[in-house]
Design a protein around this ligand. Structure first.
Ligand SMILES: [Zn+2]
Length: 108
């Protein structure tokens, strides 16, 4: 018999990345002018953030504090806005550009 305290399953059992992915469900994404995307929370309680594709890395960058501070320490970090915009882009791509017969373009 073990004396170890039993663990209770709670939201902390999800990794931080999993929790962010879940929160991204409450983000509304729109295309921004002249480039990039705007992400805002469904509740309107948080500020709007501008996301854009970083030319060198070809990854999304966000203007929120989470992305700026954590992203610097963790390359490839994805805040909840990045997570939401990735889904938005993927849906758009499937609707408008995806062609099953076309081979994906490869970087030279
Ligand atoms: Zn963000």
């Amino acid at each position: 018999m073990t004396t170890k305290k039993r663990q209770i399953v709670k939201k902390e059992d999800f990794s931080p990345a999993e929790q962010r992915a879940a929160r991204s469900e409450r983000i509304i994404v729109n295309e921004a002018e002249p480039y990039g995307w705007m992400a805002r929370s469904e509740s309107g309680a948080e500020a709007d953030y501008h996301l854009f594709c970083e030319p060198q890395t070809r990854r999304l960058a966000c203007t929120c504090a989470d992305f700026i501070f954590r992203g610097n320490a963790e390359p490839g970090y994805e805040c909840k806005h990045v997570s939401a915009v990735l889904k938005f882009i993927a849906r758009r791509f499937l609707e408008t550009e995806y062609d099953p017969r076309r081979k994906p373009a490869r970087a030279a």
